[in-house]
Each structure stands twice: as structure tokens, then as C-alpha cells.
Write a protein that binds this ligand. Structure first.
Ligand code: DX5
Ligand code: ZN
Length: 225
């Protein structure tokens, strides 16, 4: 994974057909997805359950680009190796998920995966300050995690500006997750974000049988920034 700050669109398979992940991933990559965002939820850290490392391992061979695994689970540490073994390129943990985020980030990097740090909407940018040299990506949640299709929280844009300033010339991606569409993408891209996760805004209107809308939706987000 070579670092660059160009805008990357990362469709979230949370909005895909759960019975057809392999074909959905191939379709969305063929339609221009840069990364594939994989939302792991445990029904404890967030009020929803998706899937775990076995599903990640099963979908890995279908992903040609970057497998970006967003862990919305607590605790995180006992499962890091399993997600790394499943083939995750990026493993992101929440600062709110436990008392030892520093250790968690070290453990992620020790597997060889890139380490991501996610901040909920209620968590300030300063929470990332002591961790900047331990992370490869900061995920700014622009909805409260747990569900796709929620409304973008505009007060989070200022946090992106602050983080961009704090990061300086470190090779750290800023990822935006939640409510990204052609109306909100330009706000966060202008503030310094480079990875734009989008679930409902990418998958709406399309299917494996009719994937062209995926491409139109991706191009609409790209064109907006
Ligand atoms: C929310 C997830 C997101 C979600 C985004 O907890 O982390 O990745 O899929 O969905 P949209 O783009 O529909 O807000
Ligand atoms: Zn996510």
C-alpha cells in the first residue's frame, strides 16, 4: 500500500447484499471503488451486529484493492490477529473501545497491517494527539456508528480541519465515515480528508445484476470534491 493523499472512494459493504458479498465487491470494484470498507459490529460497542473474521477471510479473495476493516467492537485486542490473518490491509479500532488504545495500535502494527484510529462524533480531535506517530489512518465518524443511511453530522467537519493541521507531513490518511454523498463529500475533502467511505450513497439504485448505478454513484461523489 503506497501512501498518497488523492481522494479515494471506499464503498461500505454494510449497504451491499449480505448474501452476495463476493459478487457485490467485484461489481463495485469494476465500477471504480478505490478501497473496500468492511464494517465489523458486535452488538455491544455499537447497537448492531454484522460479522467477524471468518466472513472477512471469505471475502478477501474477492477484493483486489485495499481491504479496510473498521472494528466497532469491544474489546478489540483479542481479535486483532484474527482480522490480520483474514487479510485486512487496514485495521481500525475506536479510541472509545477500551482503556488501552495505545497498546491496541501497537498490536495492530505488529501484525503488519496498517493501524487506524476511529473517533466517534462526541470525541474531540485532541484524543488523537498522543497517537499520531502510531497511526496510518484516522477515521472521523460523521454519524454515530452502528447503522448505514444516517444523516451526516456537520459539526464534525471542524474536527477534520484540526486533525489535518495536527497530522502535518506525517503519512496519515484522514477517512470520513457516515453520511458521505455528493453534498457532504466536498466539505470534508476541502477540510483535508482523503478516504471517503460511502455505503448507501454508492449502493443505492444498483445491484449485482445492474451494477451501472454503482459507477454513476461513485463518479458523482468523485466529481463533487
Ligand atoms: C456506520 C459504518 C459506516 C456505514 C456508512 O457505523 O461505520 O461505514 O456503512 O454508511 P452510510 O454511507 O450509509 O452513512
Ligand atoms: Zn465504517
Amino acid at each position: 500500500m503506497k501512501f498518497d493523499r488523492s481522494v479515494k472512494i471506499a464503498p461500505s459493504i454494510l449497504s451491499a447484499d449480505f448474501a452476495n458479498f463476493g459478487a457485490e465487491i467485484q461489481a463495485v470494484e469494476a465500477q471504480g471503488a478505490d478501497w473496500i470498507h468492511v464494517d465489523v459490529m458486535d452488538g455491544h460497542f455499537v447497537p448492531n451486529i454484522t460479522f467477524g473474521p471468518a466472513t472477512c477471510a471469505a471475502i478477501r479473495p474477492h477484493i483486489k484493492t485495499v481491504m479496510d476493516v473498521h472494528l466497532m467492537i469491544a474489546p478489540v485486542d483479542p481479535y486483532i490477529q484474527a482480522f490480520a490473518d483474514a487479510g485486512a490491509d487496514v485495521i481500525t479500532a475506536h479510541v472509545e473501545a477500551g482503556p488501552h488504545i495505545h497498546r491496541t495500535l501497537q498490536a495492530i502494527r505488529a501484525t503488519g497491517a496498517k493501524a487506524g484510529l476511529a473517533l466517534n462524533p462526541g470525541t474531540p480531535a485532541e484524543a488523537a494527539a498522543p497517537l499520531l506517530d502510531l497511526v496510518d489512518l484516522i477515521c472521523v465518524m460523521t454519524v454515530n456508528p452502528g447503522f448505514g443511511g444516517q444523516k451526516f453530522i456537520h459539526s464534525c467537519v471542524q474536527k477534520v480541519t484540526e486533525l489535518r493541521e495536527m497530522i502535518g507531513d506525517r503519512e496519515v490518511h484522514i477517512e470520513i465515515d457516515g453520511g458521505v454523498d455528493p453534498s457532504t463529500a466536498p466539505l470534508v475533502a476541502a477540510a483535508g480528508a482523503d478516504v471517503l467511505v460511502a455505503g448507501s450513497a454508492v449502493f443505492k439504485g444498483g445491484s449485482v445484476e445492474n451494477p451501472a448505478p454503482y459507477g454513476e454513484n461513485i463518479r458523482a461523489i468523485r466529481a463533487s470534491v
